[in-house]
Design a binder for this molecule. Structure first.
Ligand SMILES: [Zn+2]
Length: 101
């Protein structure tokens, strides 16, 4: 078993392509993780996901956050950007894929 390409792509790019919609990770217990934590904790995620360990790092998949402006990362607590929610900042699709910080 390997880490799904969709999960790796989400961590790597942060935004869905095509479309430029913001992605987040969903764990098998239903928690949301931001892609920043996905990148920082990739070793934990890879280990828990491949071995199906229920320690909070078992990532089930990557989802687009369409309009939930109140979605926060279960690990760092940061707001997860949404495509159409009432965010403070505007998301520009042309930024997709080049905003890893
Ligand atoms: Zn986070």
């Amino acid at each position: 078993m390997i880490i799904a390409k969709t999960i790796k792509d989400a961590i790597r790019n942060k935004y869905a392509w095509p479309g430029g919609y913001p992605l987040y990770l969903v764990t098998n217990d239903g928690a949301a993780l931001c892609t920043g934590c996905g990148k920082a904790e990739f070793r934990s995620i890879a280990h828990s996901t491949v071995n199906q360990i229920g320690d909070g790092w078992h990532v089930h998949g990557a989802e687009i956050n369409w309009e939930n402006a109140d979605l926060h990362c279960a690990h760092c607590g940061d707001q997860i950007e949404s495509a159409y929610g009432d965010d403070e900042h505007e998301h520009r699709p042309e930024d997709a894929g080049f905003t890893i910080s």
